[in-house]
Write a protein that binds this ligand. Sequence first.
Ligand code: NAD
Length: 451
Amino acid sequence: MPRVTVIGTGYLGLTHAVCLADLGHEVLAIDVDAEKIAMAANGEAPFFEPGLEPLLRKNLDSDRLRFTLSFAEVGAFGEVHFLCVGTPEGESGRTDLGAVYAAARALAPHLTSPCLIAGKSTVPVGTARQVMTRMRALAPAGDGVDLAWNPEFLREGFAVQDSLAPDRIVLGVMSDGAASMLRQVYRGPLEAGSPLLVMDLETAELVKVAANAFLATKISFINAMAEVCEQAGADVLALAQALGYDARIGRRFLSPGLGYGGGCLPKDVRGFRAAAADLGVSSLESLLTTVDEINLGRRERVVALARQAAGGSLAGRRVAVLGVAFKPDSDDVRDSPSLAVCDHLVAEEAVVSVHDPVAMPSAARKRPELRYASSVSEAAEGADLVLHLTEWSDYRAIDPAALARVVARQVIIDARCCLDAASWREADWTVHVLGRPQVSHGADAACGRRG
Ligand SMILES: NC(=O)c1ccc[n+]([C@@H]2O[C@H](COP(=O)([O-])OP(=O)(O)OC[C@H]3O[C@@H](n4cnc5c(N)ncnc54)[C@H](O)[C@@H]3O)[C@@H](O)[C@H]2O)c1
């Protein structure tokens, strides 16, 4: 089996490194962040991901997984180098490829023998060929450096299972050798039935951004329906449930609410929109502009509803915010819709108290000025308004009658449309659910887990 390295040990890279080691490979992982490397080498994941830390420790103990800060060591060790660095949003929504090219520049001078670079980061179409040209120019091995693009589809919160048993493995390649090398790397998942799709580099790059653009469009579609339902006095949950029974549509990613966030969908939608503009494809550019606008509009809608529920002004009102992670089972607060709502609330001089089961440390690093509560009831103490902004299962287990005893006013906005509104109303709460009439009939149990 080829020896593999993983460059960049963030959400994607660390999970990839751990899972490849667990599949039996010898893995050496590198990052420019010395603190992350020290933590990982010590068996601690620098972020919350269910099941990751035990697997990290197991594979450190087996000596199959090691961490380093040295690109020379990585170059000497690896036959396949997975590029997993961040590709954040840059100027005008364009994808910032600074880390991709910096990693390529740092590694290339140490590539003295033939090897394969396998890009996993999400990049605009055309990037892979640029990376290859630049690396071949700098590497002593020259044209012996082959390149493939192998986009990643893991979901935070399910990252370990998605990496060990991917729903598909996409390989963009320029040579049969690259495809066969990666077949060896993924032998375990392939034998277990993961489908393999081999294609050219450009199509592989596009598969990832097209998938994210489609998912974002589905979410924004149902959120546009929520707006229609609010105007028409209809019930978006009942609508989504009925639409979802059509197998051509499907129920997943059809949950109305506060919209998408996180480190992928928002920046990938904007990056793809910018790429579409550069390619002169105005139809996609305008579609994705609308998708993004609908998504951001949900945050404003929640703030408007909060202002209205607070009697016209949020100034001096105590607001309890339940959930800051961009989605449950994650501590990721990158482009978190909840944090954006908090920013609006603070700007309107509300007194905000935040709770989240795991994401408070990462939120506190970004927004130290917010007040963080160690429990739901502490956050809700004396609150004029409660906002349910991340659909953690813990929040569905809240006893509305018990919470009623600590708040000043029993008013809740369910921006994720998944609390049992009837039981809250039975406990005398005023419940506002995005896209639903004040009193609804059925569909209360329609909110499943988001994919
Ligand atoms: N997070 C996800 O769920 C997910 C899923 C699929 C694809 N992706 C894609 O994977 C890529 C990484 O995303 P992430 O969420 O892991 O980001 P991240 O910010 O968590 O991790 C990126 C890591 O790269 C490191 N890095 C930056 N420059 C480097 C360099 N020159 N050399 C070595 N390391 C360097 C950073 O220190 C950081 O640890 C992105 O392109 C993203 O779009 C992410």
